[in-house]
Design a protein around this ligand. Structure first.
Ligand SMILES: [Zn+2]
Length: 167
C-alpha cells in the first residue's frame, strides 16, 4: 500500500511497532517533540500519524489537555507548553523516565510473546496484572504473530514429548 506523496528516508516511514508506541505515548507525553525524541521520528511524521488518533480522542472527549486549557499539542505553544519542554519538569501525567520504562516493558513483553511465552508467565515476570500481556498481543505484526504461533507449538511439543517417552 503506497500513499501519495511519500518520500524515501528512514525517519519518514513509521513501523507498526513505532505507531503503537506513539499511540501509547499520546495521553501522557507533553509535546510532539518529546515523541520525536523518544521514538526517533521526524516532527511532520509524528504530527501526521498522531492526527487520526487525536481526532478519535477529541470525539470521545479524552483528548489530552494543555495546562492553558486548550487541547494539548495546540499550535504556536503557550507558557505552559514552553515550561513542559524543559526536561526537568515535563510531567503531564507521566515523566519522560516513566515513558522510557513503559516502552522498555513493552519491548520485553513483545519479545516474550514472539518467543512463545505463556501470557500468564509474561504477566508474572513483568509484574503486570492478569491480562496485561494479552493487551500487548495486538501490537504484534502478522509476521510476529505467525512466529509466536510456531514457537508456542514448538514449546508444547517439547513439553509433551518427555511424558510420552516415560509412558
Ligand atoms: Zn497551551
Amino acid at each position: 500500500m503506497s500513499r501519495p506523496g511519500t518520500r524515501t528516508g528512514e525517519a519518514y516511514y513509521i513501523t507498526p511497532d513505532k505507531l503503537a508506541q506513539l499511540v501509547e505515548l499520546l495521553p501522557s507525553v507533553g509535546s510532539f517533540r518529546d515523541i520525536c525524541a523518544i521514538l526517533g521520528l521526524r516532527l511532520d511524521v509524528v504530527r501526521r500519524e498522531a492526527a487520526p488518533f487525536l481526532a478519535i480522542m477529541k470525539l470521545n472527549g479524552t483528548h489530552p489537555q494543555c495546562g492553558c486549557g486548550k487541547d494539548r499539542f495546540h499550535p504556536y505553544g503557550c507558557a505552559d507548553s514552553y515550561a513542559k519542554s524543559w526536561p526537568a519538569d515535563c510531567v503531564p501525567g507521566r515523566t519522560r523516565a516513566e515513558s522510557v520504562i513503559i516502552l522498555e516493558r513493552r519491548r520485553i513483553a513483545l519479545e516474550m510473546l514472539v518467543d512463545g511465552d505463556r501470557l500468564c508467565d509474561i504477566d508474572r515476570s513483568l509484574g503486570m496484572s492478569k491480562g496485561g500481556a494479552k493487551n500487548y498481543l495486538h501490537f504484534l505484526t502478522p509476521e510476529q504473530m505467525a512466529e509466536r504461533e510456531q514457537n508456542v507449538t514448538r514449546r508444547r511439543q517439547a513439553e509433551t514429548q518427555p511424558q510420552r517417552r516415560a509412558a
